[in-house]
Structures are given as C-alpha cells and as structure tokens.
Design a binder for this molecule. Structure first.
Ligand SMILES: NC(=O)c1ccc[n+]([C@@H]2O[C@H](COP(=O)([O-])OP(=O)(O)OC[C@H]3O[C@@H](n4cnc5c(N)ncnc54)[C@H](O)[C@@H]3O)[C@@H](O)[C@H]2O)c1
Length: 333
C-alpha cells in the first residue's frame, strides 16, 4: 500500500490556506498545516473543516519568522505551499517592520528550508498588488512591478528572493500571483466580506473607502485550484516561473456594491469613509488579470462566475454561526 503524498502549507489557518487544505485533501494529500503560534491554541479556520478532512491534516503551531519552525514543517514533505503573510494594506502603513519580518524574512526561511531539505516543489504566493495601478490591461506577468504600499513592497521582496533562489540554487519554486480572491472565511478587511457582513448584520448604510478602483475578483475555490495546478504540473512547465491567477473580468468597487445589493435583495446606501481611503499615490486604481500563461501551462480556468461566487459567499455570511465569528460593527484593518 502506498501512503498519501505529504503537502506542507504555511498560512493554512487563513482564508485561502484553509480552502487550499480542503482542496489538497480532496486531491489525495495528507496536509501538515502550520497555524501561527498563539497562546489560545487557536487553529483559525482549520477548526471549522469537516472531520473527514481533518483526519488527513496534522496541525502544527509555528511561525515563518523562525527558521527552525519552518524546517520542522517541511521535513519529509513532497511539496510545500507558502501562503503565510501579513496581508492588510492599511495595517502595513502602521507596522511596516512586521511586514518585512513576515513576508520577506519568512519567505527566505521557507526558501532555505526547501533548499536544505531538497523539497521537490515549492509554491510561493505573490499578489497582483505588486503590479500597482495597471499601465496596460489586461496585466500579463511581464507588466512592470510598482509597489505602492509597504505590503506590496514586502510581497515583491519575497518574490525576488524566490526568483533568486531558483537562479542561484535551482530551487524548484513556482510563484503564483493571485488577483483579488473572495469567498467564505475571508476577513472583513476586504471589500466583499465588509459589504456582505454589514448587510447580513442588518446594516443598510455601508461605509467604504474609494469606490472608483477596479479589481478582478476570483472565487476562492478557483484560487485554491490554481495553487494545486502549479503545485502538481510537470516541473518543466512551471518551475522557475510566475503565473497570474485571475478571471480577466473587471468591476469597480461601486458597481460591485450595487451587485451585492442585488444578490442580497437589499437597497444599500453607500457612504465613503475618509478614514478608509488610502493615501492617493498608494491607491491601486486598476487591476485586471491576463492568466493565459497559467491556462496554457496547466489548463486552469475559473469555474465560478462573480455572481455564483457572491451567492455562495452571501450564504456563508447569512449563517448566524459564521457571522458570529466576525466583528461586523468595527472597521477591520
Ligand atoms: N486574499 C486575496 O485577495 C489575496 C490576493 C493575492 C494574494 N494573496 C496572498 O495569499 C496568501 C493568503 O492570504 P489570505 O487572503 O488567505 O490571508 P489570511 O490573512 O487569511 O492568511 C494569511 C495567514 O498567514 C498567517 N500568518 C501571518 N503571519 C504569520 C507568521 N509569522 N507565521 C505563520 N503564519 C503567519 C496568518 O495567521 C493567516 O492565517 C497571502 O500570501 C497573501 O499575500 C491574497
């Protein structure tokens, strides 16, 4: 009897990481899942996965800023998915050092562990925010990098380290660059859960930041499949390369709120809150993906429309047990 391959995942207790953990188990993997150490022994969203999934998951508390912790996580793994990061842009204005520690040094620790342990495949997570406001659309992987926030800069730093490890040591790393992802379990700092969460909590006056920027939104299960696609494709097709993951669709925040109002059958009064505006030169005004490279290399394409994804997200937030996990009344940064 052959045993299931072992996937190591950082950031597994988070939004995308918990969906990726489910997708890996569904694809036949055992998962060693890192949840960030905390004294409450909280395993984040991993605590809500079904017992069948959790049977195949070993949860370990750790920290990507600690090299030994990362090495333990990756020991014996057949592949590694590095998602752990600090991701909130507004908080990166306040606490930039912690972003460098987590997103740059943390990524360096993962790359070193992969190098030393000869882990066969690492998927490193980038972000569309590294492109900054689109100069040409749709955005291909050859678009210039323009980091308009400390968050974006720290993620680009991790990307450059990943590229350098591939060039210097032949480290088998592939970089996935997701565009905005949404769905169940996302934190309320992101626009879709902020709106849906406030409406589900009975609010009809919605406060938001700038309504003009446009984004390309991918449903989280499709993003999880993009991770799996680059994690399992033949090495010669993906290793050493960067892949956008996005739908190619584009919608402004203002139009998105109107669409959510339709999906939730609610008339919404939207107000711009100056406290939620990014500094003008830091706001990324336009992001829309060209994911042709990913489709050509792996066959990946999104399976959900924006409307289908929103309907599933609304269903999640309308369940009282789920909504109770959020603080819908405060501005989450
Ligand atoms: N959500 C999006 O729209 C989006 C888009 C592009 C890229 N990404 C990237 O996807 C990845 C996952 O993001 P997410 O949206 O699921 O966010 P998330 O905040 O839900 O997940 C990140 C996880 O990393 C963990 N973490 C933070 N610091 C850590 C540390 N020092 N050690 C160990 N774990 C730590 C957090 O506890 C959290 O669970 C990130 O790398 C992010 O940059 C997200």
């Amino acid at each position: 009897m052959t045993s299931a391959p072992l996937a190591a995942v950082t950031g597994a207790e988070g939004f995308i990481g918990s969906h990726l953990t489910e997708a890996l188990v569904a694809a036949g993997y055992r998962v060693r899942a890192m949840a960030q150490y905390n004294s409450f022994s909280s395993y984040g969203w991993l605590e809500t996965l079904s017992p069948d999934v959790l049977d195949q998951v070993d949860i370990v508390l750790g920290d990507v800023r600690d090299p030994g912790s990362v090495r333990d996580l990756l020991t014996g793994a057949d592949c590694a998915y590095h998602l752990a990061a600090l991701i909130a842009i507004p908080y990166s204005y306040r606490a930039p050092h912690s972003y460098v520690d987590t997103n740059v040094t943390g990524t360096l620790n993962v790359l070193e562990a992969v190098r030393q342990l000869s882990t066969p495949r690492l998927v490193h997570t980038s972000t569309s925010e590294t492109y900054g406001t689109a100069r040409t659309v749709p955005i291909t992987e050859d678009h210039p990098i323009n980091t308009q926030s400390p968050y974006a800069a720290s993620k680009a730093g991790g990307d450059r380290l990943a590229d350098s490890y591939h060039a210097s040591f032949d480290t088998p790393v592939v970089t996935l660059r997701p565009f905005n992802t949404f769905g169940p379990r996302q934190s309320m700092r992101a626009v879709i859960p902020t709106v849906i969460g406030q409406v589900a909590a009975g609010e009809r006056t919605i406060t938001l930041g700038d309504l003009r920027p446009t984004r390309d939104f991918t449903y989280v299960e499709d993003t999880a499949q993009a991770f799996l696609a680059v994690g399992t494709a033949p090495a010669e097709q993906v290793v050493g390369r960067t892949f956008n993951a996005g739908t190619g669709g584009e919608i402004s925040v203002g139009d998105l709120v109107a669409l959510i109002g339709e999906v939730m059958d609610s008339a919404l009064d939207v107000r711009e809150d100056p406290a939620r505006l990014r500094p003008a030169n830091s706001e990324v005004m336009r992001l829309v993906a060209d994911a042709t490279r990913l489709a050509d290399a792996t066959g990946w394409k999104p399976a959900h429309t924006l409307e289908q994804g929103l309907a599933r997200t609304v269903e999640f937030f309308r369940a009282p047990a789920n909504l109770a996990r959020y603080k819908a009344g405060i501005y989450n940064i």
